[in-house]
Design a protein around this ligand. Structure first.
Ligand code: ADP
Ligand code: MG
Length: 613
């Protein structure tokens, strides 16, 4: 089977996303690869598709049990034979899994790194051909990363111990050069094909709010999110407790997660969230790594985190399935102080560092906090700011962040600049300079007496901007002055004069852009609510069915179908299994398993809404 058929038949997707195909091709040609792609980009498919095509088994190393379990249930529900080996298995389950593995029943085995050195793993390696070893969340191998796991250091030893060296593929969302070098070195990657895809997540709406009363704002936001699920991040455990209690008192289904809770409670609360029993998770940054819940619709930061890396990682847990999702930061000046305090305090935590090293580290942390604060107070496009921080160029207007939507937008004023400068030039030809108001009046075509008496209504530039508001023209004149294309003489009566650069506008027609407050606010928002009212009724019914099926199978709802698959059902409106396969996210196995149930609802909907098909 070729890669596209695998993609369609097992995963139900029609095409590869950017980067996926290249990585897969290199793996299939036998090359090691390193994929650096943001959260939600679809790294799993990059190794799962070739795993189904290679001759032999793929061992996937993954840091967290929850993550493994999730991936494996998702694969199994798509009809792929996979299993995991970790400490959560009972002795019986473990021997059963091993038994089946030895018979070569699995295409993919997910293993915790701790398991690699065991007797059984060695036995398995000698009995079954391991064609690829994949390291997910590969940054865990780097001591510079925030998620360093010592057990990851054993991976290269395991790879070397195999009778035939497998293809090694590594994946992470962490992009810094140090971490990347560490991954290549520590895992012993062999001239890996390295792919770094853009870090943009176009479906995420970024916004910064500066509410007087954070809790009231939080409540307002949560009410607006209806029964969608999301995460509220706080800086401290105490904050988590307080906010979670208040939300519960106010009738919101919230649960909590932080390092101070017992293992059991943490696990239970996490499951409540993943299985949609509680739709709001209030947590510290301890929550999230390895949470693959793909239908998180919002991530609200109740406090500003300590740096942009953390922010982007945490916020990025929203909208993994590609559906529109919101990342909202509630900023307060107090957050800067709290973070500063925590940074200074961290001096005492790192006992193994020398004083000098500590100084360097603290300075770096302070600098990062400053950048984070710039983000929170920026009036420019937030997405551009963030991508710029990670070294990526982006346009100054994304249309999907609070600054672009409610703040400012970059507008081309090249032609206006030519009109304005040539107006100043014409006036000068009359032998005089005038102030800003006169220039604006001429361009606007005003009939004010003085203007007419001076004969300026005869100028070729008279009225050539009559459809532009006076306020806008004035702003543009100011902008040209700020940028040196015109100047404002400083005298008793300030007049607008030409400068040495004015010719660039008139003769060279150089492009000029200006940032202006957005005139229409609603447009972007409207485009984004894709579902019409009728669709949302159907969507709701499909969602309920999904919930029922998930509960019956004891898996999280998004393992059955993602929100974006449900949305596609509302678009495609399939009424039989054949058509059901056309839905993005529906593969063969899922069509067989769930097709009838979903099609039944859609059929009913279609027959009661004649004309929709
Ligand atoms: P990552 O590990 O990079 O954070 P995942 O592998 O968990 O991301 O994938 C995120 C989401 O993207 C999943 O819901 C997955 O089904 C979806 N996805 C991945 N590849 C595709 C594709 N080619 N077409 C449509 N959806 C995709
Ligand atoms: Mg992943």
């Amino acid at each position: 089977m070729d890669k596209l058929s695998v993609l369609k038949e097992y995963f139900g997707h029609k095409r590869f996303r950017s980067g996926q195909e290249e990585i897969i091709d290199h793996i299939l040609r036998g090359s090691d690869v390193l994929g650096i792609m943001p959260t939600g980009a679809g790294k799993s498919l990059c190794y799962q598709v070739p795993a189904l095509m290679l001759n032999g088994m793929t061992v996937v190393i993954s840091p967290l049990i929850s993550l493994m379990k999730d991936q494996v249930s998702s694969l199994v529900s798509s009809g792929i034979s996979a299993a995991c080996i970790n400490s959560s298995l009972s002795q019986e389950e473990y021997s059963e899994t091993m038994h089946r593995a030895l018979r070569g029943e699995f295409r993919l085995i997910y293993a915790a790194p701790e398991r690699l050195g065991t007797q059984e793993m060695r036995r398995l390696a000698s009995a079954v051909r391991i064609s690829m070893v994949t390291i997910d969340e590969a940054h865990c191998v780097s001591q510079w990363g925030q998620d360093f796991r010592p057990s990851y250091l054993r991976i290269s030893e395991f790879i070397e111990s195999l009778p035939v060296r497998p293809i090694v593929s590594a994946f992470t969302a962490t992009a810094t050069d140090t971490v990347r070098e560490d991954i290549v070195r520590m895992l012993g990657l062999n001239a890996p094909f390295t792919l770094v895809t853009g870090f943009d997540r176009p479906n995420l709406y970024f916004s910064v709010l500066k509410p007087h009363n954070k809790y009231a704002e939080l409540r307002r936001l949560l009410e607006g999110f209806g029964d969608k699920c999301g995460i509220v991040y706080c800086l401290s455990r105490r904050n988590v407790e307080e906010i979670c209690d208040k939300l519960n008192d106010d009738g919101f289904p919230a649960t909590r997660y932080h390092a101070g809770l017992s293992d059991t409670e943490r696990k239970n609360n996490q499951d409540d969230f993943i299985y949609d029993r509680k739709r709001i998770m209030v947590a510290t940054n301890a929550f999230g790594m390895g949470i693959d819940k793909s239908d998180v619709s919002f991530v609200i930061h109740y406090n500003m985190p300590k740096n942009i890396e953390s922010y982007y990682q945490e916020a990025g847990r929203a909208g993994r399935d590609g559906s529109p999702a919101q990342c909202i930061l509630l900023y307060g000046a107090m957050d800067v102080r709290t973070n500063n305090f925590m940074i200074e305090k961290s001096r005492d935590d790192n006992t193994e560092l020398s004083d000098e090293e500590k100084d360097i580290m603290l300075e770096r942390d302070r600098q990062r906090l400053k950048e984070m604060t710039f983000y929170a107070t920026s009036t420019d496009c937030l997405r551009q700011f963030m991508l710029g921080y990670f070294g990526e160029k982006a346009p100054g207007y994304c249309g999907n962040c609070s600054c672009c939507v409610t703040g400012f937008e970059e507008v081309d004023m090249t032609v206006d600049a030519q009109k304005i400068v040539s107006c100043v030039f014409r006036v000068k030809q009359q032998g005089r300079y005038f102030g800003k108001s006169m220039i604006v009046d001429i361009l606007k075509g005003s009939e004010n007496e003085r203007l007419v008496s001076l004969g300026f209504d005869k100028l070729s530039t008279y009225g050539i901007m009559k459809d532009t508001s006076a306020r806008r023209i004035r702003a543009e004149v100011d902008h040209l002055i700020e940028n040196g294309y015109l100047c404002n003489s400083t005298g008793d009566y300030p007049v607008v004069e030409l400068t040495a650069s004015s010719a660039k506008i008139l003769k060279e027609h150089i492009p000029v852009t200006i940032k202006l407050p957005k005139e229409k606010k609603e447009k972007v928002k409207k485009q984004r609510s894709e579902l019409s009212d009728i669709d949302s009724v159907l969507f709701e019914e499909l969602r309920k069915l999904r919930g029922r099926l998930a509960a019956e199978a004891s898996v999280p709802a998004y393992i059955v179908f993602s929100d974006s698959a449900l949305r596609d059902m509302c678009r495609v409106l399939p009424t039989d299994k054949e058509e059901f396969l056309n839905v993005s996210g529906v593969g063969k196995r899922k069509a067989e398993k769930y097709g009838d149930d979903f099609c039944a609802i859609i059929k009913k909907y279609v027959s009661s809404h004649p004309g929709v098909l």
